[in-house]
Ligand binder design. Structure first.
Ligand SMILES: [Zn+2]
Length: 282
């Protein structure tokens, strides 16, 4: 059973759902959620309208082992499974009804490499999603996730964000920076506070931020066999056409097909999982 905690203001308003540790080793979200829960319970934050549900740790078993997942990537199987065949599919069956019951979803993640820049995913650029992202304290927005998965069969794309969208909810995913950096917890904490202010659920003012920079995803690259990334890439490192990005142990080399950015590089990706993504400005 996943553990959740709900605060009800008793005044009508939106129902915000905040998820942490969909991937077990991404502890910035849980750390920030526990801090906010403490702030609410000690009356430092006053919920004036709506309802607020937290699932601080969605993937408990993976979190306890400090690993991304137990059987498979939870953020690719967020749908109802009639006959769940993995630990994560059981979790998905508990999470989907929570997403269905909320009005707004904030899903907090963190990334694999030291120095990674925080960013928001805007998979479905509805006016509500765009307005929420505007209120969030990150500079970068990644567009085009569903498009790069569409038409490919190797990996399914049942993410929390897609689930929220399918239920016609507002929903965004935030990558708060490198898992182990204290700053990532601060980014996650500020994002929850800004979301609450944006939704009118708490009092406060959102600090003015510089305009966001949009990056459009163009492809994802699956690690098909044993190999390594050729540099210790960070999220949003620039790459130029023809640059050697990765090399398999059998000698096959993967090059940058065009000028752009390497996104979400995962040096420790498992075989069969996404190794890195590519994107361009816009
Ligand atoms: Zn994640």
């Amino acid at each position: 059973m996943i553990e959740k905690i709900t605060f009800d203001s008793g005044v009508s308003g939106p129902h915000l759902l905040v998820l942490g540790a969909i991937h077990g080793n991404e502890v910035a979200g849980p750390n920030a959620i526990f801090k906010i829960i403490d702030a609410i319970q000690t009356y430092q934050i006053h919920l004036k309208s709506g309802r607020l549900t937290f699932v601080p740790i969605c993937n408990m078993q993976a979190c306890q082992k400090d690993i991304r997942q137990i059987d498979e990537n939870l953020n690719r199987v967020i749908r109802i499974h009639e006959n769940p065949s993995s630990y994560e599919q059981h979790l998905a069956n508990e999470l989907v009804p929570l997403i269905e019951q909320c009005d707004v979803l904030l899903d907090l993640h963190s990334t694999h490499s030291k120095g990674d820049v925080p960013f928001a995913f805007c998979d479905y650029p509805t006016s509500e999603n765009k307005a929420l992202i505007e209120a969030i304290n990150v500079q970068y927005v990644l567009l085009g996730w569903p498009e790069i998965y569409a038409g490919k069969t190797q990996i399914s794309d049942y993410s929390t964000e897609r689930c929220a969208h399918d239920y016609q909810k507002t929903g965004i995913t935030l990558e708060c920076g490198y898992h182990k950096e204290e700053d990532a917890t601060d980014v996650a904490y500020a994002a929850i506070v800004n979301t609450l202010i944006h939704l009118g659920m708490i009092d406060g003012t959102i600090a003015k931020m510089p305009p966001k920079t949009s990056i459009r995803l163009t492809d994802y690259i699956v690690k098909n066999k044993s190999g390594h990334l050729c540099q210790s890439y960070k999220h949003l490192d620039e790459v130029i056409q023809g640059q050697k990005i990765a090399e398999y142990d059998d000698g096959e080399v993967l090059y940058a097909p065009y000028d752009g950015y390497i996104l979400l590089p995962n040096a420790n990706a498992e075989i069969g999982a996404e190794w890195y993504y590519l994107g361009v400005k816009g």
